[in-house]
Write a protein that binds this ligand. Structure first.
Ligand SMILES: Cc1ncc(COP(=O)(O)O)c(C=O)c1O
Length: 460
């Protein structure tokens, strides 16, 4: 894996073009921007050849300890033997049939119903965005109301229903902040935005839009906003307000589900939503997602006789996705994955706090279980507005320095990092050693920078 000191170049040569750069240049001729998701362009340019366990190998032949974990989708580790073995075996008998149901789909639904408290019934789809879209449409049908509430800083997918007020810059907080051109105004306007952990503001929205709010959609831990934790009573307060107002409570457990507990964060918090969306860790990297919820609501989908809410998807319940999800759940049932991840996560957060303290840098290490983020700011981190104090330049520069030392955390402001089950104590030791050097190097490089040199790409 190379050294962990100060002088480890990310690429074989800093003067010649790297293989990653050449691949991206080639890609740009047939793929807009060269990548298939907006956030996959990182600096310096990086393409991946393979992954195994807790590491990935770049096209340039460098091994990186991977805490990106595909935005948290890979929980057990890259190419995890029990998952890829189950998928390889299953697809020998076909990949997709598109009618009736397979035994795997039934067993997977039964497993989710068994583990996830709110899931009395389950439908499978292909991605987290699909799951949140279906959940919102169902909530509108059930309540006959047009509006939903999401929280500032939350990300729930790419579709119009939720495409606003993600990592808003300060001047856009409290205002309409769509994150794309081409959105339907009506969709954006019917999505109200509330401050996370602010029950009083939600009360205000409910009184302002009385009888119009179909659902409150929440990431139970605000992982897309540096993992702000729910304040004591916040999730229970959402439950009580939704009950009082006749709105549905939707937990978006696309990140928290399976990563923190087999039953999702709802099993830890003891708060049961009406609907739950799941994806990412469910399939350990394979594209599979699920929507679970109360029986009477789920029967509104037109997969049931008399259902009037359209539910479809050519790839729903595909064989590899289902096999991957079943193998992942079975692995979680039989191994203490979460115990291992929580222990490593606590070591990592404590170690990073010590490193920042030794460097006399204001830092708050946020996170939960396997997720961690070192924000360069004084605490507390309880509201989205707190994150605006983060030193974005130091955050991104530090992560680029980390990558130079063989540790990959997304070099994007406020990006969270994820441990995988394949990571070990020795990975944490190597990471903390690299972090100490990377922080020093980042501080030095910022001190040497001239005004106008700042290398951030449009992040808040
Ligand atoms: C909480 C949450 N919900 C939904 C999504 C959308 O999932 P997908 O990218 O699979 O469409 C994401 C993606 O990062 C997410 O973090």
């Amino acid at each position: 894996m190379g050294g962990w000191g100060d002088e480890v170049p990310l690429h074989e040569s800093v003067t010649t073009q790297t293989k990653s750069q050449r691949m991206l240049d080639r890609a740009k001729r047939s793929i807009p921007g060269g990548v298939n998701t907006a956030k996959r362009r990182v600096q310096p340019p990086l393409c991946i050849r393979s992954g195994s366990g807790g590491r990935m190998e770049t096209l340039d032949g460098r091994l990186l300890i991977d805490y990106h974990a595909a935005y948290g989708a890979v929980l057990l580790g890259h190419a995890h033997a029990s998952v890829v073995g189950a998928v390889a075996e299953a697809i020998e008998r076909g990949v997709l049939f598109g009618l009736g149901v397979t035994e795997g789909e039934v067993t997977l639904a039964e497993k989710i119903v068994q583990h996830v408290p709110s899931a009395e019934m389950v439908l499978l789809c292909g991605s987290g965005s699909e799951a949140t879209l279906h959940a919102i449409r169902l909530a509108r049908a059930v309540t006959g109301r047009p509006k939903i509430v999401k929280f500032q800083g939350a990300y729930h997918g790419f579709h119009d229903y939720v495409a606003r007020n993600y990592l808003s810059v300060e001047s856009r907080v409290g205002r309409c902040d769509p994150f794309s051109a081409g959105l339907l105004d009506a969709a954006v306007e019917n999505t109200l935005v509330c401050g996370y952990n602010d029950l009083a503001a939600l009360e205000d929205l409910f009184s302002r839009d009385a009888g119009c709010i179909a659902a409150v959609l929440v990431e139970p831990i605000a992982h897309n906003a540096a993992s702000i934790l729910p304040a004591e009573g916040f999730l229970a307060g959402l439950r009580a307000l939704c009950d009082r107002e006749g709105s549905l409570l939707i937990f978006d457990e696309v990140i928290t589900g399976f990563r923190h507990h087999l039953g999702g964060f709802q099993a830890i918090a003891g708060v049961t939503p009406d609907l739950t969306t799941m994806a990412k860790a469910l399939g350990n990297g394979f594209p599979v997602a699920a929507l679970g919820g109360r029986l009477e609501h789920m029967h509104r989908f037109n997969t049931s006789d008399g259902g009037d809410v359209w539910f479809a998807g050519t790839y729903n319940g595909n064989v590899p996705g289902v096999a991957a999800a079943l193998a992942s759940i079975e692995f979680l049932e039989h191994h203490d994955v979460h115990g291992h991840l929580v222990r490593l996560g606590e070591r990592m957060r404590a170690g990073l706090r010590e490193i920042a303290a030794r460097a006399s840098v204001p830092a708050t290490v946020t996170g939960y279980g396997s997720v961690f983020t070192m924000c360069f700011m004084e605490g507390p981190v309880a509201r989205y507005e707190d994150l605006l104090r983060n030193d974005a330049e130091l955050f991104v520069t530090y992560r680029r320095e980390l990558a130079r030392r063989g540790v990959f955390e997304v070099p994007e402001n406020l990006g969270r990092s994820h441990l995988m089950y394949s990571h070990t104590d020795s990975d944490v030791d190597l990471t903390l050693e690299a972090a100490e050097h990377a922080l020093r190097a980042a501080l030095d490089s910022i001190a040497r920078r001239q005004p106008g040199d700042i290398l951030l790409e449009g992040h808040p």
